[in-house]
Design a protein around this ligand. Structure first.
Ligand code: AP5
Length: 217
């Protein structure tokens, strides 16, 4: 399976990609997570990306294409991948197309996760992630179960992402509208786009994605 999850910040790309990767035996490739790892490690990439991410803007296309080229070359991506947060611009989508052609593979589908802006704002400001295992929760809709332990065998250590404040969320949604939404037409013209109503419980959205993947174009 070679899949792109496309959608606004907070549409549930990361949450659903985490659920899908075990079921389909292919890794989630989240460019946001890769950048946050670089920030946490204080690498030159991380130091340059931090200010851009905190402002809700996009990291440069050539940098992102370099990261994806390196990530898709790892052995676990040979059988497929679920791209989460990439591509985000037409330049990135063109670059991905060229990279996949070099690798002699192609995308199977691009799933567009549709959610309205009020719901997105609520999801992002209530999101919390575990510092240790990286799992993503929501204070109301998806809190950790009582007594639940993370992979390190200790309770989840929840934190709020620095870009999940109200002001930066507004900026990220505007950047999505301007730079990423054009990808909807781009992939529709290629016959790859499958639209999914991503407002519902986690299980409902999960089932809708699976149904959309089985639908013939
Ligand atoms: P990134 O980390 O990719 O952020 P994003 O695209 O803004 O997406 P999010 O992670 O915010 O949302 P999501 O759709 O994954 O939702 P989630 O599942 O967490 O990127 C961060 C930054 O890095 C960018 O702003 C940019 O600066 C940079 N960057 C990354 N990729 C880049 C690229 N390709 N090019 C340039 N720059 C790049 O869900 C959100 C919340 O809702 C959670 O709390 C979750 O529990 C909850 N939730 C999910 N589904 C449901 C549901 N069905 N019902 C109720 N609650 C739900």
């Amino acid at each position: 399976m070679r899949l792109v999850l496309l959608g606004a910040p907070g549409s549930g790309k990361g949450t659903q990609a985490q659920r899908m990767q075990a079921r389909h035996g292919v890794p989630q490739v989240s460019t946001g997570d890769l950048l946050r790892e670089a920030v946490a490690q204080g690498t030159p990439l991380g130091r340059a990306a931090k200010a851009v991410m905190d402002a809700g803007q996009l990291v440069a296309d050539d940098v992102m294409l370099g990261i994806i080229r390196e990530r898709l070359a790892r052995p676990d991506a040979a059988r497929g991948f679920i791209l989460d947060g990439f591509p985000r611009t037409i330049t990135q989508a063109d670059g991905l197309g060229r990279l996949l052609a070099e690798l002699r593979v192609a995308l199977d589908s691009v799933v567009l996760m549709e959610v309205d802006a009020v719901v997105l704002q609520r999801r992002l400001t209530g999101r919390r992630s575990c510092r240790r295992c990286g799992r993503v929760f929501h204070l109301e809709s998806n809190p950790p179960k009582p007594g639940e332990r993370c992979t390190a065998g200790r309770p989840h250590d929840l934190f709020q992402r620095p870009d999940d404040n109200e002001r930066t969320v507004r900026e990220r949604l505007a950047v999505y509208g301007e730079r990423t939404q054009p990808l909807i037409d781009y992939y529709e013209r290629k016959g790859l786009l499958r639209r999914v109503d991503a407002d519902g419980t986690l299980d409902e959205v999960d089932a809708r994605i699976e149904r959309a993947l089985q639908r013939r174009q």
